[in-house]
Design a protein around this ligand. Structure first.
Ligand SMILES: [Zn+2]
Length: 146
């Protein structure tokens, strides 16, 4: 959950009040979804033998940028980090250069073992540790960070 901005408090609230969807009978997977101030959260759970949800992963995505930026709940750098993570995750092959130019996240996010940032004048992300520049999550995934 680290770096995905889902706090324990949010997890509790998602399970208590989120919409349950993606429940596939026999497969044990439950998905809780809810929007908080322009950010959509999705919590993917397995159900244990005791019927308590066990969190598998959490995903966040900006659905209303203005609302998210105007909210007291989220600070600007969090919104930017979520946007960058979403862009890299959605386009597994490579993020379009013009899309990268719209993004700015100067607080590093962890992606496949690298800590990447992007400036609004860059059409790539750069790892703050190894200096690697790319637009592709697959590249980050296949290259070790030195
Ligand atoms: Zn690196």
């Amino acid at each position: 959950m680290n770096g995905r901005f889902i706090t324990e408090e949010l997890v509790r609230d998602l399970i208590a009040t989120g919409d349950i969807c993606g429940n596939r009978p026999g497969k044990g997977g439950w998905v809780f979804e809810k929007q908080y101030d322009g950010v959509q959260f999705k919590l993917i759970c397995d159900i244990g033998a005791d019927l308590e949800p066990r969190i598998v992963t959490g995903v966040s995505e900006i659905v209303d940028r203005d609302e998210a930026l105007g909210s007291d709940r989220w600070n600007e750098s969090t919104v930017h980090q979520v946007e960058l993570r979403t862009a890299l995750s959605r386009d597994a092959h490579e993020v379009a250069p013009e899309r990268m130019l719209e993004l700015e996240s100067l607080t590093p996010i962890d992606v496949k073992g690298h800590r990447v940032i992007t400036d609004d004048a860059w059409d790539y992300v750069e790892c703050v540790d190894c200096g690697m520049r790319t637009r592709s999550k697959a590249d980050l995934s296949s290259t070790a960070c030195n």
